[in-house]
Design a protein around this ligand. Sequence first.
Ligand code: BGC
Length: 285
Amino acid sequence: MSDAVQEKLPEVSMPKVRVQKVLAGQKALVTGANSGIGKAVAVALGEAGADVVVNYVVGEDAAQQVVEEIRSHGVDAIAVNADVSREDQVQAMFKQMFEKFGTIDILVNNAGLQRDAPFDRMTLEHWNFVIGVNLTGQFLCAREAVREFKRRGVVKSISCAAGKIICMSSVHEVIPWAGHANYAASKGGVMLMMKSMAQELAPYRIRINSIGPGAIRTPINTAAWSTPEAYEALMKLVPYKRIGEPDDVAQAAVWLASDAADYVNGTTLFVDGGMTLYPGFTEGG
Ligand code: BGC
């Protein structure tokens, strides 16, 4: 794009479009919901009418604030502490959810983290930590949710589906990422776990999909957007020429969880301003 065209771009921010209460009466669990994308998703699901479990591992006060914000939309919410990489804690969290809300309709497998290092300096501890939370954590939570979806089946007055799982993946399920081999491997793993689950569970009317966020303004990637120089470098990777906001992802999650997306199963919805479009090939090649 020429500089002249670039200069004409308006200062854009994301539009605030709200679909009303499409998730009324549904029970949702969002992992890692006390900050960043998870927080925005948890609030948006509440705004759309769902009761929400706000999972967190550290940061109880922040989780409680998210609970209050969700309740301000006239639905119920609770904060539940659990490390998603620990089977016993995940099972205890689902037990607490079922005691409070009776069942689960929507799981958003969001909890995730990065521990970056050049490959030859990556420790086994950092490898296992990232795989443990980002991949094993999604497996453990999804397994508990699927057990309940299968046990309960479809409740037509609530949803056409017996249950919905949204896996928070990343553009790095398809874009290799030097210096982040553990993270990219975890997200590549999420992609095929999600698709395998979707194939296996579709006959039970259980829908599994992923969201693949690009660069979203959250604490996980502060270094990539918090200075003008970093932001300018980041924009070279984003054809749409703005950073994503957590609510961009949250609105996609509401739609994927709703019956409006009933025929959508086993796919990754990239919410990335075009980051997966090989922007390096805009010219040349
Ligand atoms: C990572 C961010 C990164 C983005 C785009 C995300 O999955 O967590 O740190 O900015 O991908 O590269």
